[in-house]
Design a protein around this ligand. Structure first.
Ligand SMILES: [Zn+2]
Length: 303
């Protein structure tokens, strides 16, 4: 790693993170990301260039608007730092190559979608659809680490064939990811009568599949389901404990009665709670492109 290049890439990451903040705020609200200039959402004052420096401005202003003192979410700072860290991690992993551009692009899209989903429960088409196209296009330039190349390495040594295999794998990843989420969403809708996964999640998984290929797409789906279920379980347990304690203290209910009633209300609450699947799928896709292959190799050896 060249320290000068690393510093440059870190700075570029901060700048892209700053632009991503604009996208996260504006895209779900159907606003243009180019115009007008950024303004404070509470006093509408335009934000001066010197107050728009990534990380530094937020720290100097201590997370408040210069004019009206309204709080500015720490999300702005977090997104900028995460984006810069991810750019740097991609540089460490892929060096100064075209793969660096590909995975920085994927990181940018995923981080944007994760935070937009967490914030608004929306996964805007303006991020997912161009993302799918970019993923398919990149697969012709940066080979997707695919199933076929592991089982038929002699095919891949032919330069021309490997490019087409990579493109095919990218299309297949997109199709597998999208249809799996579509299927789960349809079953969920039939079983519960509420929409658990929308078309946004289907398009997000198509994007991930197009960038990562079939194998890591399956990894992402598994890891995302496990982490999502654990998060749901942790949430129910914490609500259950809190409500049990409250029932015992306020209503003077016996422990066993309080526990049962609190459990019922906690599970009802989870049913009504919109689970941000995009957050789990997106974060596990990031894990997949950094560690997925290492994990799978370790896993095969364990078997
Ligand atoms: Zn303001």
């Amino acid at each position: 790693m060249d320290p000068a290049v690393a510093l440059l890439i870190f700075g570029l990451g901060l700048a892209f993170g700053s632009f991503l903040n604009v996208c996260i705020y504006r895209l779900p609200r159907q606003m243009s990301v180019v115009r007008p200039r950024s303004a404070c959402p509470s006093c509408q004052q335009a934000i001066a260039a010197y107050d728009n420096i990534p990380v530094l401005s937020w720290l100097i202003l201590r997370g408040r608007c210069r004019h009206c003192q309204a709080r500015i979410s720490p999300r702005y700072l977090v997104v900028e730092l995460l984006m810069a860290a991810m750019f740097l991690a991609c540089y460490a992993q892929f060096g100064y190559t075209l793969a660096l551009v590909k995975y920085c692009t994927l990181g940018f899209l995923l981080l944007g979608l994760i935070f937009t989903d967490a914030d608004t429960q929306l996964l805007p088409d303006k991020m997912t659809l161009p993302g799918i196209v970019l993923g398919l296009a990149f697969s012709a330039l940066v080979p997707v680490d695919d199933l076929i190349s592991h089982f038929l390495p002699m095919l891949v040594s032919l330069d021309h064939a490997s490019r087409w295999l990579s493109v095919a794998d990218s299309f297949m990843g997109a199709a597998v990811g999208a249809s799996f989420i579509y299927g789960v969403g349809a079953i969920y809708l039939r079983a519960r009568g509420v929409e658990g996964m929308g078309f946004g999640d289907v398009k997000l998984m198509a994007l991930i599949g197009a960038f990562l290929g079939t194998k890591l797409t399956i990894f992402t789906i598994f890891a995302g389901s496990i982490v999502g279920s654990l998060a749901g379980l942790a949430m129910v347990l914490s609500v259950w404990l809190k409500r049990t304690r409250r029932r015992m203290a306020r209503n003077h209910e016996a422990a066993s009665v309080a526990r049962r009633r609190a459990w019922n209300s906690a599970t009802v609450m989870l049913r009504g709670f919109p689970i941000p699947f995009g957050v789990f799928l997106g974060s596990m896709a990031i894990v997949a492109f950094f560690f997925g292959n290492q994990f799978l190799r370790w896993y095969w050896r364990m078997l």
